[in-house]
Design a binder for this molecule. Structure first.
Ligand code: B12
Length: 487
């Protein structure tokens, strides 16, 4: 038996489909005996894995590991399972081992690390464990050789979603994943493409998946969602693609297919691509149920965007803000603030820019993140190579300093003065009160009004210093913060 394990990363009420293990389950279905253990659902996932190890011959514990809270859960579970069942091989896959392959393998309880797309690599690893293939022939695999050194095989060429079977949704208790959100009473998650062709110098996606994006055919996206509507009654979806919109003709066909499903949905889009779409296409996107689009706006300074290799301009961001207002889709602009060369200037210019966005389109949702670098094949954004030494073990990544770094909440970066860091956080607090997010569907109207009232004078006077009364009010009301929604 193969055990597919998705360690806990959210509060139970925020759980979503564990897409990575569903994708892996799709290629095991009908071929292998397997079980899915989801730490976001099981009250005691370690006990569930222990029971499987006791009652079956578990050939592999396959663990999906995103940096941050999920890495910490994975570390604890794997320590426990390794000490009780030392003969069960353990593989980690997902963004953590894709980015930090040696740190993953430095753990005594991790035998293999899978980088990038995992379906075929997993099947070939299983063959290797059964002695039917050499591990050295498995592309995308890292492992410990007999002398203890780490072997990193070549990269695996990525296949498009259509190359694989559908996710076996019936293997989950689907009802437990369809949570109420701003997008629907029963909101599902889907990823309709894989990879990203852009090479932004702060992002992890190219590092993990290379520089291509492969789209699912519109017919298949429609068929999967129709199945989820008909069999499970979904009425909303979050699309977790890196770029949901690429070629305009693809988008137009997909919108025609999605419209009859009557779903409300959220997705991630690129500012430059959407700014080039015709008004007719934007209307078709709205008509198909698109309610909110997440955009990486990243900075309010063009010199910063150039350094990031982002490929967008601030003018394009403003244009998208206006066009979204005209179309009736809420834009959710995310910023990565703190250019290492001049963090103060970047912060000040981005704050002014956000104020311009809010004037043009007050419905815009804003997410502010501190820049925390990801190791890159060339140089990291801000030329910070050599200024950051990443931890070399999962235990190192689990310390408070590096946990905060990963979730981008109050990270301590050597180029960032405390006063600038505080300015970002204070501005974020004032902004979140003056413009409370619409995405918290539980917050009563009075609490929104109260926050707006409290935040209004500070926002109007640009007085962001020490907004302790707003923090108190925010904590009391517990309004959701999209950035850290699910920790
Ligand atoms: C959905 C998502 C979330 C969801 C998780 C939803 C859930 N199911 O519970 C939420 C919102 C909770 C989330 C949170 C965070 N996320 Co997140 N998230 C994503 C997102 C958008 C999609 C991931 C996904 O489901 N993909 C679909 C599946 C099919 O793909 P996959 O996970 O890559 O899996 C494939 C391979 O990786 C591999 N694989 C994966 N696991 C395994 C296991 C084995 C054994 C094998 C063999 C292979 C394998 O095979 C799979 C199929 O090919 C990605 C960006 C992206 N589009 O990839 C960011 C992303 C993974 N998140 C990221 C981060 C940083 C976070 C946070 C830690 C920080 C933050 N502030 O965003 C928080 C954690 C805080 C918290 N607890 O909330 C980063 C990770 C890289 C990094 N910089 O460290 C990403 C890449 C975003 C980015 N551009 O920076 N996230």
């Amino acid at each position: 038996m193969i055990v597919l394990y998705y360690p806990r990363l959210t509060k139970p009420k925020n759980r979503r489909f564990p897409l990575s293990v569903l994708a892996l389950a799709a290629v095991l279905e009908g071929r292998e005996t397997y079980e899915i253990v989801d730490g976001n659902l099981e009250p005691d996932p370690d006990a569930a894995i222990r029971a499987l190890c006791r009652n079956h011959r578990v050939e592999l514990l396959a663990v999906s590991v995103m940096p941050g809270p999920q890495m910490v859960s994975a570390m604890h579970s794997c320590q426990t399972i390794r000490s009780e069942f030392p003969r069960v091989p353990i593989v980690w896959g997902g963004y953590f081992p894709s980015l930090y392959r040696d740190a993953a393998l430095n753990a005594s309880y991790v035998d293999f690390a899978v980088r990038g797309q995992g379906e075929i690599t997993l099947l070939e690893l299983i063959e290797g464990l059964r002695g039917k293939r050499e591990f050295s022939t498995v592309a995308g695999l890292s492992y410990k050789s007999s002398d203890g050194s780490h072997r990193h095989n070549g990269e695996r060429a990525m296949l498009g979603p259509d190359a694989f079977p559908w996710s076996p949704f019936h293997r989950l208790d689907v009802d437990k994943y369809l949570r109420p959100s701003y997008f629907g009473r029963r909101t599902a998650a889907h990823q309709a493409s894989i990879g990203c062709p852009f090479q932004c110098r702060f992002c992890a996606i190219g590092v993990a998946f290379g520089n291509r994006e492969k789209m699912e055919s519109p017919a298949r996206t429609e068929a999967i969602l129709r199945h989820l509507v008909d069999s499970y009654g979904i009425d909303g979806v979050q699309f977790y693609d890196m770029n949901f919109f690429m070629r305009e003709d693809h988008t137009v066909e997909l919108m025609e297919r999605l419209a009859p499903l009557g779903l409300r949905w959220w997705c991630e889009g690129r500012i430059d691509i959407v700014s080039r779409y015709s008004t007719a296409t934007l209307k078709a996107i709205r008509k198909a149920g698109c309610t909110m689009i997440f955009y990486g706006a990243e900075s309010g300074s063009d010199w910063v965007l150039r350094e990031m290799n982002k490929g967008i301009t601030t003018d394009e961001t403003l244009e998208v803000a206006v066009r979204m207002a005209e179309t009736g889709i809420i834009p959710e602009f995310s910023f990565v603030i703190g250019n290492p060369g001049d963090p103060r200037r970047d912060t000040r210019e981005t704050i002014s820019f956000i104020r311009r966005i809010k004037r043009l389109n007050p419905a815009s949702e804003i997410i502010l993140q501190h820049y925390t670098p990801v190791p890159q094949p060339k140089t990291m954004y801000g030329n910070v190579d050599g200024k950051v030494t990443f931890p070399s073990t999962p235990e190192g990544w689990a310390t408070k300093k590096w946990f905060d770094f990963t979730v981008r909440v109050n990270p301590s970066m050597p180029w960032m003065k405390n006063s600038t860091r505080r300015l970002i956080d204070n501005f974020e607090t004032v902004l979140a009160c003056r413009w409370p997010t619409v995405q918290d569907i539980q917050a009563p109207e009075w609490s929104r009004k109260l926050l707006k009232l409290l935040g209004a004078w500070r926002y109007a006077l640009r007085f962001y210093f020490f907004p302790f009364e707003l923090r108190l009010a925010h904590d009391f009301i517990r309004l959701r913060r999209p950035k850290v929604e699910s920790i």
